[in-house]
Design a protein around this ligand. Structure first.
Ligand code: FAD
Length: 410
């Protein structure tokens, strides 16, 4: 860890995986960091699964001394099923899977308990702080919150996700396009599934590809983070096309009649959509995968978008993670990109004392390869999504389909 010549006061807006990873790294480097999170309670995404790439776990393993086996599950096969449930493709390939909850909880605990007195701590994770605007002067940035509180910082990092307020202020014309499909998701505890289903699904990522759609299923830690057999969850992600306009609007209108923009959380999807999902699963999926969908108590959904920015740096304000580029999930790299942006930011700020750079100069140096990574990941995922959802050219065994941040398998 290298203390900077002069610690910077850094405000981070958004306290999820991107914001927290950056916060921990920048505090380790001696900066004065505070995280401002819109939610008034600690975040909870009910444990949805993530493919666990190195950048996502790097901080927890290298700096928080966690073992991968404590926070993830390893699978050894990529398997494709046919309509009758028979295995039509099986390749040995190691993947790690975790859950958003597990990663968030570990990062927040490290920030709250291990970094107390070294830059972190509960009072530096400020819940109920919705950033609504900011103004930059030559030497600082004033950040304004919905409750009228304002703070002054040397640097504002906006990690406020796919619906970023910062992006809408800085680049109102940024491209944000509905991909044409949503991800229906859900989890079932292993103990709640028949033993033969668990036996078949627990050592692999299992795909079923059918017309203009695909579903993937993999094991993840339990809601409490447990990786013990039986406690773990079997997680599904089923990509399904919905036409923009009335069809999508109806899907996004929840059981209380409230229209949602980005996702419909567990328990909120309208009954007729959940019934249609279950009927479709029974009619179209191999029975093994239908078991998982049918036994999921509260399926939920996330809309798939392509979000692209021209710039990530605006003086002493930057966009990080999904706030800059939000990519389709097929490379399982969204949280890895958000975390990797934080590692690169810490390196760039380390150049300030060494090379005598200003904050905007250090940020400008950071932006160059971040834009390149965002653009290439967006293009790769767009292509993968198109193969499965529109052109029906998703071929089992194609090396392009391997997860990875920088390239398939990397
Ligand atoms: C279906 C699906 C599957 C996925 N699978 C994977 C996978 O397998 N592997 C993977 O790595 N990634 C995956 N992702 C992507 C991953 O979830 C995101 O890329 C990742 O969560 C982005 O992290 P982030 O910190 O940038 O933003 P987010 O996690 O979106 O966090 C943004 C935070 O900012 C807060 N916020 C928003 N606005 C404000 C404001 N104005 N003021 C203050 N706070 C604010 C929000 O409350 C939130 O806490 C998947 C995504 C989807 C949709």
């Amino acid at each position: 860890m290298r203390p900077p010549a002069e610690p910077l006061t850094i405000a981070i807006v958004g306290g999820s995986i991107g914001g927290l990873t950056a916060a921990c790294l920048l505090a380790d480097s001696g900066h004065d960091v505070t995280v401002y999170e819109r939610s008034s309670t600690e975040l909870e995404q009910r444990g949805a699964g993530i493919g666990f790439l190195e950048a996502t776990y790097r901080y927890l393993v290298e700096r928080a001394a966690m073992a991968l086996s404590e926070i993830s599950i390893t699978t050894d096969h990529i398997r494709y099923l046919g309509r009758d449930g028979s295995v039509i493709h099986d390749a040995e390939h190691r993947y790690l899977f975790s859950s958003w909850n597990t990663v968030y909880r570990q990062l927040l605990d490290h920030w709250t308990f291990s970094l107390t007195g070294s830059g972190g701590g509960v009072d530096r994770y400020r819940l109920g702080h919705e950033m609504v605007g900011f103004e930059q002067g030559p030497d600082s940035v004033d950040v304004h919150f919905a409750d009228r509180e304002s703070v002054t910082a040397d640097l504002l990092v906006c990690a406020d996700g796919v619906g970023s307020t910062a992006r809408s202020i800085l680049q109102p014309d940024a491209q944000s396009a509905y991909a044409g499909y949503v991800a229906w998701r859900g989890m079932v505890q292993e103990a709640g599934l028949p033993a033969d289903v668990v036996g078949t699904l627990s050592d692999a990522i299992t795909y079923y590809v059918h017309a203009n759609s695909h579903i993937l299923v993999y094991p993840i830690p339990g809601l409490d983070g447990s990786v013990a057999e039986g406690d773990r969850l079997i997680n599904f992600v089923w990509y399904r096309n919905y036409a923009e306009g009335q069809e999508l609007d109806d899907l996004l209108t929840d059981c209380n009649g409230v229209h949602r923009e980005l996702s419909v959380p567990p328990g909120a999807a309208a009954d007729h959509h959940v019934s249609e999902l279950r009927a479709h699963a029974a009619a179209r999926l191999p029975s093994l995968l239908n078991e998982v969908v049918a036994r999921t108590a509260e399926p939920f959904l996330q809309v798939v978008y392509d979000v692209e920015v021209e710039r990530m740096v605006f003086g002493r304000v930057c966009l990080l993670g999904d706030a800059a580029f939000a990519v389709r999930p097929h490379a399982a790299a969204g949280s890895a990109k958000a975390a990797d942006d934080g590692w690169a930011l810490d390196r760039a700020l380390g150049r300030i004392p060494v090379e005598g750079l200003s904050v905007p100069e250090a940020l400008a140096s950071w932006e160059v390869d971040r834009l390149a990574l965002g653009r290439s990941l967006l293009a790769r995922n767009r292509d993968l999504g198109s193969r499965s959802q529109f052109t029906n050219t998703w071929e089992p065994g194609d090396p392009d389909l391997i997860f990875g941040l920088h390239a398939p398998g990397h």
